[in-house]
Design a binder for this molecule. Structure first.
Ligand code: PLP
Length: 392
């Protein structure tokens, strides 16, 4: 075993929190004896999220999957929704599970985010909404999506499960005037153990979300619609508030780790680090590389890197292979609608992207070690100078 890597180093290990603060909040829950049903911590969390993001309305939920479903129901979606194929399959399942027909589109090979021209081609007369995803915490082209949705006369919502704390042209995600959801799952930048939130600026939509995430009750406890139980309980809200207290530090630490990866990997042949594009800033909670494979100077494969790291007890993830359109519920239900040739970028990324350990549970020296291993694996596969084609 190599120094500093006694314990397995993994992707998504939660950062330690200030347990004293959390314990104070837990004591307050038991003193108040108010455990759920939009308790004081849930309401404080909603308020804090509105302040941080600039969104007008926020509802915290038991997870992001139900947040997506409540938002879809409140928006009155029907028929088809278009979802990028290269995402966590929970995005697609959330809509499929409530009876919507999921159609896929391709993403950009540069950052894995939705490709607007593929999206435009996927829209049909049955499409009620398009769904952006801020992949790996890097915002997608939110304002481009707004334009496209207006042009095509369809609704737009964003799955920002991975992206709390990221910004689009200076505006925090969730505060760009688009209805979005975020996740506070244990592996996310802000954890509620399990949790999520729905953010919107639209007052009518807000009223519907208010009712639908709580059995259809309005503020006067009249049942005004159908609904589910998507509420967040007080222990989760206390946890998320405790993480939010440190959000500034977490974002700064994430940037520090990302910069180490960036400076160490920039000259490694065949390796490209995924970065936010065009005035957008990611929350850097994920560090993903693309192993370009067969370039003129390198022919390293993703499996070479993955295996070299695993031999040293460091475990990477091949998010989001193989692409949702290849997963069973979708490839069997709608095979005619999803010829894989239409999603070349999804398929290329599914074969070449690798997410590396980062976050508060990974030290700087471990990141240096990861980079050493990647560098050494890549250099083993470096082509000799004689085999590099001479370009006139
Ligand atoms: C893009 C995306 N959408 C949806 C989800 C589901 O979130 P949750 O686990 O909070 O339900 C996740 C979770 O990782 C995700 O990454």
């Amino acid at each position: 075993m190599i120094d500093g890597v006694g314990e397995p180093v993994v992707v998504g290990k939660p950062r330690q929190i200030n347990r004293t603060k959390l314990n104070h909040r837990l004591d307050a829950i038991f003193e108040r004896n108010w455990f759920s049903n939009r308790g004081p911590f849930a309401q404080e969390l909603e308020q804090r999220i509105c302040e941080i993001t600039g969104a007008k309305y926020c509802y915290v939920t038991c997870n992001a999957t139900t947040a997506l479903q409540v938002l879809a129901k409140a928006m009155g979606l029907s028929g088809e929704v278009i979802v990028p194929s290269f995402t966590f399959h929970g995005t697609a399942h959330a809509f499929d599970w409530i009876g919507l027909e999921v159609r896929f589109c391709d993403v950009s090979r540069v950052d894995g985010n939705i490709d607007l021209s593929s999206l435009r081609d996927s829209i049909t007369e049955k499409t009620s909404a398009i769904v952006g995803v801020h992949l790996w915490g890097n915002p997608c082209d939110t304002f481009g999506l707004v334009e496209l949705a207006n042009e095509a006369d369809v609704l737009l919502l964003i799955d920002g499960a991975q992206s709390f704390g990221a910004t689009v042209e200076g505006s925090p995600v969730g505060g760009c005037g688009v209805s979005e959801i975020v996740s506070f799952h244990a592996t996310k930048i802000v954890s509620a153990f399990e949790g999520g939130a729905i953010l919107t600026d639209n007052p009518e939509l807000s009223e519907k979300i208010h009712a639908m995430h709580n059995f259809g009750f309005d503020t006067d406890k009249n049942v005004v619609s159908s609904g589910t139980n998507a509420k967040m309980h007080e222990v989760s809200a206390a946890m998320a508030l405790t993480y939010l207290d440190d959000l500034g530090d977490i974002l700064t630490e994430n940037r520090g780790r990302f910069e180490i990866y960036k400076s160490r990997l920039k000259s490694v042949p065949g390796i490209r680090l995924i970065e936010a594009q065009h005035g957008r800033r990611g929350n850097l909670h994920y560090v993903s590389i693309v192993v370009e494979g067969n370039t003129p100077i390198a022919h390293v494969r993703r499996s070479d890197i993955k295996e070299a790291l695993a031999r040293q007890n460091i475990f990477t993830r091949t998010y989001f292979a193989p692409g949702c359109h290849k997963l069973r519920p979708y490839n069997q239900l709608h095979p005619d609608k999803i010829p894989s040739a239409r999603f070349p970028n999804t398929e290329a990324l599914a074969e070449s992207a690798l997410s590396l350990p980062t976050g508060g549970a990974v030290s700087d020296s471990q990141i240096h070690l990861i980079c050493d291993i990647i560098e050494s694996a890549a250099s083993k596969h470096r082509r000799s100078s004689r085999s590099i084609p001479i370009v006139p």
